[in-house]
Design a protein around this ligand. Sequence first.
Ligand SMILES: [Zn+2]
Length: 170
Amino acid sequence: MRETLVLNASFEPLATVALRRAVVLVMQNKAVVEQAHGGLKVRAAHVELPVPQVIRLRRYVKVPFRQRAPWSRRGVLVRDRHRCAYCGRRATTVDHIVPRSHGGGDTWLNTVAACAADNHRKADRTPAEAGMRLLVRPFEPTPADALLLALNFRDGEGLPDWLRLPAPAA
Ligand SMILES: [Zn+2]
């Protein structure tokens, strides 16, 4: 897949994104094209754009000092692509693997996206206690993921295809 480098407004490189995502950022006026492939065009909506190699965000994005994304429910859903960690169906809730009542915290490694039915079924138990198996291993988002969250993608915008995820567990 063709990728585009994203620079911060300050020209500092932030991440690479899929071409389609880069085009959307330009179309939404969130980024400008700094460098394009000569001759190659991409058609988006009703316009033709040169294929962007490098884009730059119009607004400066503060990258967290530690380059770690602060935990949030929305962030967990985005990280897990709204897929339930127990059944793979669409997830709308966040499950604490070790329940909060057992001392489990609001951390990236202790939370996964879950469908309402599985979250309800698991209730106040660990997966082992509930006889449920995690299909995916939760992970701490990378700096590129942190950028995504900092850009404030909303759930309604669809799944960001440039969010890098480890291959799903077999
Ligand atoms: Zn489920």
